[in-house]
Design a protein around this ligand. Structure first.
Ligand SMILES: [Zn+2]
Length: 324
């Protein structure tokens, strides 16, 4: 797509999965501003049942006035459409992969890897800035947070942190993606590793489209666009921020039933038991402890777990912003 300045267009990005001939489709839109500026990509539905981010992406595309925009806004409304239409948490139904493990992808890999490859070619690699929207999948409860990846490129890392700050969400998480032996495979991490600023934003939960959680995203997105000079306006800044590092996604190692002893926003001490897994007969078979003094951002709300399921997320409190 290459439209004229001051116009808006929407439609389907369509590809064919080489291995089976199945279609790969993404609903996308572009707003071509009337003035010069950067290209921002906003993507909803990386996880197809995280509706707050999807709805915010759709609303942002519709509300932005091309005559007032400087630069180009590209919006992917729903990345993982196969999960969306099937009410499926996290995974791409064709290959059982979490899309956050598939970037930058390959056209001859699994279906999900081919999705990542084509989306990267047409959308991700053409943007200057990237916001990846999430919203707590069907079995997750969370408190809103943003993640800015740290790649070791000081300039890009400072810019992504500034975007996280502009999002007006109280919890700001730094995620180290600089280890060459453990390269990122989530879209926002891959983008940052290329020296371009990206953030991941979480608001929403449990397969519910709650308008105030959607609005958190929409306010954050408007703020990021003002911050990037894409349109004039005031940045809404109403929160006190807590900065988290050493972010942990604790996973189940076994089949069983998960019982959380914490809820999102709880403060925890290092070594504190945050939950346990019992077998189907009620016997405790795994205990999960906090790895540092920190704050709980997400808990799995479904008791049903298998190895690899994320059951709780938390980070070490590295600082607080009391400027508000
Ligand atoms: Zn997600």
């Amino acid at each position: 797509m290459a439209g004229n300045k001051g116009t808006k267009e929407k439609g389907w990005l369509e590809f064919k999965y080489r291995n089976t001939g199945e279609p790969i489709r993404f609903p996308v839109g572009t707003v071509y501003g009337s003035g010069d500026g950067p290209t921002l990509l906003v993507l909803g539905g990386m996880h197809g049942s995280e509706y707050a981010g999807i709805e915010a992406a759709i609303r942002l595309f519709n509300e932005v006035d091309p005559s007032k925009l400087k630069g180009t806004l590209k919006v992917g409304m729903i990345y993982n459409l196969p999960a969306f239409v099937n009410n499926l948490g996290f995974l791409i139904p064709h290959d059982g992969r979490n899309p956050c493990s598939t970037f930058p992808g390959t056209p001859i890999g699994t279906y999900g890897e081919a999705m990542a490859y084509y989306f990267d070619q047409e959308m991700l690699s053409k943007a200057d800035y990237f916001v990846e929207l999430h919203g707590g999948d069907i079995p997750e409860a969370l408190t809103p947070f943003t993640i800015h990846p740290a790649s070791g490129d000081a300039e890009a890392d400072a810019k992504s942190k500034a975007m996280s700050m502009a999002y007006n969400i109280p919890i700001v998480v730094k995620d180290d993606v600089s280890n060459p032996n453990d390269p990122p495979h989530a879209a926002f991490g891959v983008f940052q590793a290329r020296g371009k600023p990206a953030i991941l934003c979480e608001s929403g939960q449990q397969g519910i489209l709650k308008m105030e959680e959607m609005q958190t995203h929409l306010t954050g997105l408007r703020n990021v666009m003002v911050h990037l000079g894409m349109f004039d306006g005031q940045i809404v800044n109403t929160v006190k921020r807590i900065f988290l590092e050493d972010y942990v996604q604790a996973r189940s190692e076994i089949d069983g039933m998960w019982y959380s002893k914490v809820v999102p926003n709880d403060l925890v001490k290092k070594g504190q038991v945050v939950g346990e897994i019992r077998d189907y007969f009620g016997e405790r078979i795994m205990e999960v402890k906090a790895s540092a003094d920190g704050i709980i951002t997400m808990i799995r709300t479904s008791p049903a777990v298998k190895p690899g399921n994320v059951i709780v997320e938390h980070g070490r409190i590295a600082g607080r912003d009391d400027s508000q």
